[in-house]
Ligand binder design. Structure first.
Ligand code: 5RP
Length: 257
């Protein structure tokens, strides 16, 4: 055998590379472990939020946690919470929540968010806006330098004369290179064609596409969109998150606050 100084150095152990689903699970579990007993909690929507609900339910069933009551941000979350035996309430009974936990589609450096690509932005904004703390749980792919770079900004509009509302939105961004606004549709098996996607509130969604993300000030963007009659709400959440739990590929967790 060669003398020790000629032996090749041990190979560095490969750093774990978690899948996106494992990252979602990791941040969801961390958020659930932060929930205190006797809290009224806003329950988010989406795959990451669903993992959070599952973990919350597990803590409740093992009596590690008690007296939690949740406010769901969508019909889907309401159904899941019922299946998981998480007691529910609503904003009419609890107008101030202790905490909300939800995923996001994008998070920028100031913790502004894009939400609603799953279609639940209005209820999410209402519930999370009523919360003293709003904890966002994301895998690292959701971190972006500028909102609107990885996909559309969803805007909820009334179905009445939706073409007119889209026209007004297009007028607003007509100078913006590569901008487009499209009604979100889904395939209807029975009708054999694409039909408008309907939110839990029976409204439509318009997807705003920016080639290079939202340029300029987010508050101005928000004010201008909301001024269009026919627009109900948009999926940009400005200054609402109080912390963001980011699970990374290497298995570490970073908390922004
Ligand atoms: C739903 C949402 C979700 O929070 C967002 O789409 C993230 O979803 P996921 O955790 O599945 O990536 O806003 O309307």
């Amino acid at each position: 055998t060669p003398p020790p100084h000629l032996l090749s150095p041990p190979l560095p152990s490969p750093s774990p590379s978690l899948t996106q689903d494992s990252q979602k699970l990791l941040c969801a579990q961390r958020a659930a472990s932060l929930v205190k007993p006797s809290t009224v909690i806003g329950l988010g929507t989406g795959s990451t939020a669903s993992l959070f609900l599952q973990h919350l339910s597990h803590l409740l069933s093992t009596a590690s946690l008690h007296s939690i009551v949740g406010v769901p941000t969508s019909r889907k979350t309401e159904d899941l919470a019922k299946d998981l035996n998480i007691p529910l309430t609503d904003l009419g009974s609890h107008s101030i929540l202790d905490l909300s936990v939800d995923g996001a589609d994008e998070v920028d450096q100031e913790m502004n968010l894009v939400k609603g690509r799953g279609g639940s932005l209005l209820r999410e904004k209402m519930v999370e806006g009523a919360s003293k703390e709003f904890v966002v749980i994301v895998d690292e792919s959701k971190l972006v330098p500028r909102l609107g770079t990885t996909g559309p900004i969803p805007v909820e509009i009334v179905p009445f004369c939706w073409e007119y509302t889209i026209m007004k939105i297009k007028e607003l961004f007509q100078g913006e290179i590569g901008f487009d606004a499209k009604l979100r549709t889904v395939w209807d098996e029975k009708e054999g064609k694409e039909v408008p996607f309907k939110t839990d509130n029976e409204n439509y969604i318009v997807n705003l596409l920016f080639e290079k993300g939202i340029g300029g000030d987010l508050v101005t963007f928000s004010d201008q969109i909301l001024r269009i009659t026919g627009v109900i709400e948009h999926g940009v959440f400005i200054g609402m998150a109080t912390s963001v739990i980011v699970a990374k590929k290497d298995g570490s967790i970073v908390i922004l606050d």
